[in-house]
Write a protein that binds this ligand. Structure first.
Ligand code: SF4
Length: 89
């Protein structure tokens, strides 16, 4: 499956995939906290990420969720170790 937003399959209704994505983000955040002591992204990074999401075709503005990973982006962008599934940030 391609991770290109234009070719996406809506993942937000797939609970197994959503659980996998949340677990991956939590594990990355824990690893980053242990290694660097950094958990929360700085304000500039949070703003840059959310602006990219708002301009992305995979962003569901009504639910503020990414259609690729199913995550609530107002939360996910705050975790420094979080990653965009399309590689945009
Ligand atoms: S996380 Fe990436 S793919 Fe998802 S809405 Fe944001 S920029 Fe688009």
């Amino acid at each position: 499956m391609s991770n290109e937003p234009d070719k996406l399959i809506k993942m937000e209704n797939n609970p197994v995939r959503l659980l996998f994505n949340l677990t991956e983000t939590a594990a990355d955040s824990l690893k980053r906290a242990i290694i660097d002591g950094v958990v929360i992204a700085d304000d500039d990074k949070i703003e840059q990420r959310i602006n990219l999401c708002y301009g992305c075709s995979a962003f569901d503005k009504e639910q503020a969720r990414c259609k690729l990973c199913g995550c609530v982006m107002k939360l996910k962008v705050r975790f420094d170790a979080a990653k965009c599934p399309a590689g945009k940030w």
